[in-house]
Write a protein that binds this ligand. Structure first.
Ligand SMILES: O=C[C@H](O)[C@H](O)[C@H](O)COP(=O)(O)O
Length: 212
């Protein structure tokens, strides 16, 4: 992991921000650099739609207006980090438990620019445990469904998401068909969000300041 590459990526994503835009903003240490850089443009944008209480606090602290996605309609740009990224720009996200709001904003955006350091690049997704946000009463049910599928579910004990739910991290999956796994898990009652971004991958990936 390289903090310098994260900073370069966060700052490089600024070139995708157009005048007058409402910018979708993700969560995490890489996005924090993007928010810092976005503050310099705050008089040229309408504001941001935030994916977490953490990013909302950061945006507000720097004087960037935080807008409600229900009022903005579609966004032209979403900028967010990732925990893993494969060569098809498919991602694992949710290491910071913000996956649900992140996935909503990614879906509502025309262009998803993903900002990472080179340690996040993998040939196959799954070395990073796959985060799944679950309704608390379904934790054991979902755990058993994961075991049936060959995964090792570990409850992220003590973590409550911004939506009041819990997170299970799935270890041991080598994800050869991310779209199929995402679709399969999306069918299970009790799962709120799977941290696989395969149906809706990133459009652009910046590794440091280099677009791949
Ligand atoms: O829930 C958190 C998000 O998906 C983050 O974008 C992801 O964990 C990457 O975070 P970082 O930039 O801190 O490595």
């Amino acid at each position: 992991m390289s903090a310098n590459e994260k900073k370069l990526a966060g700052e490089a994503a600024i070139r995708y921000v157009e005048d007058g835009a409402i910018v979708g903003v993700g969560t995490g240490s890489t996005v924090a650099f993007f928010i810092d850089a976005l503050a310099d443009l705050k008089d040229r944008i309408q504001g941001a739609v935030s994916s977490s209480e953490q990013s909302t606090a950061h945006l507000k602290r720097l004087g960037i207006p935080v807008l409600d996605l229900n009022a903005t309609g579609r966004l032209t740009l979403y900028v967010d980090g990732a925990d893993e990224c494969d060569p098809h720009k498919r991602l694992i996200k949710g290491g910071g438990a913000a996956l649900t709001r992140e996935k909503i904003i990614a879906e509502a955006s025309d262009k998803f620019v993903c900002i990472i350091d080179s340690s996040k690049q993998v040939p196959l997704l799954g070395k990073f445990p796959l985060p799944i946000e679950v309704i608390p009463m379904a934790r054991s049910l979902i755990g058993r469904e994961i075991v049936k599928r060959g995964g090792n579910p570990v409850w992220r004990d003590g973590v409550v998401t911004d939506n009041g739910n819990w997170v299970i991290d799935v270890h041991g999956w080598q994800i050869t068909d991310p779209v199929a796994l995402e679709n399969d898990l999306n069918q299970l009652p009790g799962i709120v969000t799977v941290g696989l971004f395969a149906r809706r991958p990133a459009n652009v990936v910046l590794v440091g300041d280099k677009e791949i």
